[in-house]
Every structure is written in structure tokens, then in C-alpha cells.
Design a protein around this ligand. Structure first.
Ligand SMILES: [Zn+2]
Length: 434
């Protein structure tokens, strides 16, 4: 059981980490080193031997291994990123890097994404050191840089160049799961992530014949691009539920006592009400046009026009995603991946999933654990290259009206102290049984 000092420390560590500004502006503009040194010092105080690793000076990662009692058991990776997305101080009620604790709530950028989990990991490991607790499996702890941009200086670098540190790891646990989702009708759901959609950020290029804007031109690059973008934006993607998404739908349907034919997932989603929000973005691939660029003068037809599309695909549906893009763009518009990351699928019938479920149910008996698939991506994509199956499990018990998902990258990001205490208790229980 987590001790009082562990409960105090998780709050202090969350606040301290928020005060270390690790805003990641992209393109290498971030410095995680002070946060990494802070985390490493807290681990060293608990008797661990953390190593600091950098591809680029200042972009620091921390890795440490806690030895388990059963050397034959597979190891578990516990990872959290140290960087955060930027915050515009003028929009906030408190300074986003103040880490202020007011009325039982810790405020600041990273409070839910994900300095909270970094702090929970530190608090649990330190409580174990005081209590002489050793886990059954080895637990590898990784605090990473650069998750909020390309992961190039963070988890991708670790997976490529420091694979030996993750020897024996078969499963990983990190952000975006086991938080309270209030359905508006009194039910509390605790979605645990067992999969992620893949990332397919696309650059579209249309070429044509440049010329005077007053002349006949049937090879206008802007017209060609606009037509392709319209087709992509209007495309109705077919349903492609993965095993995790199907399991989520089955459990939700049972919980809400609703039914729908296997081919009528959209009908089922309508019957689920607000809870449909947990799955609706992951029943199919998607592609949303986001940026357009062409031309330099109103009366000149440019020879080229460019658009960007945020595409996401489900595990097993990437080939179809590519073929569909070929068809929708047509022969006059080329497309390429500006950035591509794999889709992930983790089993929901594994002992590890069952242990995460049991840990949540023990401390939130009124809650209902359901599996879900993340619509976006995390560092788990990079660690999957090492054969590590990723789960999203950052337990937080949140009061009604506390819109966790809106706080991710949002203004006035904050987390209740009680939620952090719950997180430490649940994480401690899960890791003891893992
Ligand atoms: Zn995150």
C-alpha cells in the first residue's frame, strides 16, 4: 500500500516538474535536461542507478532498471515523457509553469500530459524503496524527451541506439488510460488503452501549367489540388474495428444494455450516447485536410499547389488507407508521407490487462473498466520496434465536470490532488501484481 509520504511526494513532484519549463516547440526547440536530472536524482535517492542519454545536448532521456525477484519473468517498461506542449500564459488563470497548488488542485502545463504520471512513477518506486518492496518482474523506467514532436531525440533514439537497456521488456505502460470518464448519466467509465491508430501525415502536391490568370487553363494546379482535397475531406471511410475496438463496443453495449447488428456499429454508437466518444474516432481510418498552400499573385496561375492532410489508420488497415489515398488524389496529384508511424494493437485478454483492470476496480469499485483504442499516438509506437506491446494506463479518479480529454494540450491544464493520490494507489497495486 502506498504510504503517506508517497501521497505527499506525488503532489510535490508533479508541481516541481511543471515548474521546470520543458515546452516542446518542435524542430528541436526544447530542453528536457533539468527535468531529466530532477527525475534521475529522485530515482537515485531510492537506490536506483539511472543513466542519462542524449542524442542532442539538452534533450535528455532517463532510463533505470528495478530488478525483480523472478529473473525468468519478462520485464515491464514503465515510461513517461518529460516534454510538454507550449502554453500561452495570457490565456491561463494561473501561470502555466507555476505548478501552483490551489484548493486541492495542481495547475500547469503537464498536469495531465504527463508530468502527473512521471511523478506517480517516482512516488511509487520511492515508497517501495522505503518499504523494501521488490516487484516480481524487472521494471524498466524510462523518462523520455521529444514525445510532443517527432520522438527523434527521445523514444526513437532510445529504441534505435539503446535497445540493450530494454532487454527482456515485452510490455509497456504509459499515458492516456484509466481516467474517469463520466457519461453524464451517473456512470463512471475507466477506459484502458490497448492500441493506437497509426499516423499518416500526408503532403499532397498538384502540378499543372503555370500561366496568366486571364487565359484558358485546363491544367490549373490549384483546381486539381482543391478537387483532391475535397474528395479526401468528403470520403466516408468504411468501418474497420480492430479487436480492441470490437471489445470496447461489446463491453459498452453490455454495460448500457443496448444491441445492434455486427454491421451496424454506427447505430450502436448512437445508442451509447456520450460514451460513444470513447470509440467513435477509432472505428475507421480518417483523413482530415489541415493546410493549403499555393500561388503568389492573384492574376498568376501557379505551376504547383500543396496541401497537408492529417491521416490516421487502424492496425491492419494501412494498405487500404494507402490505396484509398491513391484513388482519391487521382493521377494529377501526388501524395507522400510527411510523417508515418505504425498502428498498435495490444491484447485485452492478457494477464497484464486483467491486472490493470483489477487494480482500478479495487480503488474505484463504482467504476467500469473498458478497453479502448487511442485515436492518436504516443511513445509506445517507438518502443513497439523492440517488440514491446503498449498499454495506456495513467490512473486518475476525476470528479464530474472535469473534462480530462479537453485538458490535454488545453488551457488551464490541471489535476486534483485526490486524483494523484488515487493514481499512486492504483499504480502501486498494479505494479505489485504485475
Ligand atoms: Zn502525452
Amino acid at each position: 500500500m502506498a504510504d503517506q509520504r508517497g501521497l505527499d511526494e506525488v503532489v510535490t513532484f508533479t508541481s516541481d516538474l511543471i515548474r521546470i519549463d520543458t515546452a516542446n516547440r518542435g524542430g528541436g526547440d526544447c530542453r528536457e535536461r533539468p527535468a531529466a536530472e530532477y527525475a534521475a536524482a529522485r530515482l537515485a535517492e531510492a537506490g536506483l542507478e539511472p543513466v542519462l542519454l542524449e542524442r542532442v545536448p539538452g534533450r535528455t532521456n532517463v532510463v533505470a532498471r528495478l530488478e525483480g525477484t523472478d529473473p525468468s519473468a519478462d520485464a515491464l517498461l514503465l515510461h513517461g515523457h518529460l516534454d510538454v506542449v507550449p502554453a500561452e500564459a495570457a490565456e491561463w488563470s494561473v501561470h502555466p509553469f507555476s505548478g501552483e497548488i490551489r484548493d486541492g488542485v495542481v495547475w500547469g502545463r503537464g498536469a495531465v500530459d504527463m508530468k502527473n504520471m512521471d511523478a506517480m512513477i517516482l512516488a511509487v518506486v520511492r515508497a517501495w524503496a522505503r518499504q523494501g518492496v521488490r516487484p516480481r518482474r524487472d521494471i524498466v523506467i524510462a523518462f523520455t524527451a521529444d514525445e510532443e514532436d517527432s520522438a527523434r531525440d527521445g523514444s526513437a533514439f532510445l529504441a534505435e541506439h539503446h535497445a540493450a537497456l530494454f532487454e527482456g521488456c515485452t510490455e509497456g505502460v504509459s499515458e492516456s488510460g484509466a481516467f474517469t470518464f463520466h457519461d453524464g448519466a451517473g456512470r463512471q467509465l475507466y477506459p484502458i488503452a490497448a492500441g493506437e491508430r497509426g499516423t499518416g501525415w500526408l503532403k499532397l502536391t498538384a502540378r499543372g501549367r503555370a500561366g496568366h490568370g486571364s487565359k484558358v487553363n485546363r491544367e490549373n494546379a490549384v483546381t486539381r489540388l482543391a478537387a483532391a482535397v475535397t474528395r479526401i475531406g468528403a470520403h466516408e471511410w468504411p468501418l474497420r474495428p480492430t479487436p480492441t475496438v470490437s471489445a470496447a463496443l461489446t463491453e459498452l453495449a453490455a454495460l448500457y444494455g443496448v444491441e445492434a447488428g455486427p454491421d451496424d456499429i454506427d447505430g450502436l454508437l448512437r445508442k451509447l450516447g456520450p460514451a460513444a466518444g470513447l470509440v467513435e474516432a477509432t472505428v475507421r481510418n480518417s483523413a482530415n485536410p489541415t493546410m493549403l498552400s499555393a500561388g503568389y499573385k492573384l492574376n498568376v496561375i501557379p505551376g504547383e499547389a500543396v496541401a497537408y492532410v492529417d491521416g490516421r489508420f487502424l492496425a491492419g488497415a494501412e494498405d487500404e488507407f494507402r490505396a484509398t489515398l491513391d484513388r482519391l488524389t487521382g493521377p494529377e496529384v501526388e501524395w507522400e508521407f510527411e510523417h508515418r508511424e505504425v498502428a498498435l494493437q495490444a491484447p485485452v485478454d492478457s494477464p497484464t490487462f486483467a491486472r490493470m483492470r483489477a487494480a482500478v476496480e479495487e480503488f474505484a469499485p463504482e467504476g467500469h473498466v473498458v478497453p479502448y483504442c487511442m485515436s492518436g499516438g504516443t511513445d509506445a509506437k517507438q518502443f513497439s520496434r523492440l517488440g514491446i506491446t503498449g498499454y495506456g494506463f495513467t490512473p486518475l479518479k476525476l470528479p464530474e465536470g472535469f473534462d480530462y480529454q479537453a485538458l490535454f494540450h488545453g488551457v488551464d491544464e490541471r489535476v486534483p490532488v485526490e486524483a494523484l493520490h488515487f493514481g499512486v494507489r492504483v499504480l502501486d497495486r498494479f505494479l505489485r501484481t504485475a
